[in-house]
Ligand binder design. Structure first.
Ligand code: FES
Length: 118
């Protein structure tokens, strides 16, 4: 089992669980603004599920590597496409602003602080 802490929620998942599916199953707000509707549903092509991860995760898939070569994802090496990431151990997750989650201001942190509350 691995523990994920994101948006003020702490929960356990099996190692190897897809991070996007784990976050959505907990009703965590993975997508920003219009990306809530317009996203690729986990195929690794839109880039809008970008999150910062601290912990043990899988190496980038070929789809993630291809998608994150381009701006704006390319400038945030510590951020990953949740849909292409497998959880391999305990994990802290942070979501930033911007359409893709590529901004500099956080939307939510592992502890759950929301941008609107700052
Ligand atoms: S949901 Fe589109 S790249 Fe992850």
């Amino acid at each position: 089992m691995a523990k994920i802490i994101a948006e003020g929620k702490t929960f356990d998942v099996d190692e190897g669980t897809n991070l996007r599916e784990a976050l959505l199953a907990q009703d965590i707000d993975l997508y920003n603004t219009g990306a809530k509707i317009f996203n690729c549903r986990g195929h690794g092509t839109c880039g809008t599920c970008l999150v910062q991860v601290e912990g043990s995760v899988s190496v980038p898939t070929a789809a993630e590597t291809k998608r994150t070569i381009f701006h704006p994802q390319a400038i945030h090496k510590e951020r990953r496409l949740a849909c292409q990431t497998k959880v391999l151990g305990d994990l802290l997750v942070t979501k930033f602003d911007g359409y893709f989650g590529d901004g500099d201001e956080f939307i939510w942190t592992p502890g759950g602080l929301l941008a609107a509350q700052r």
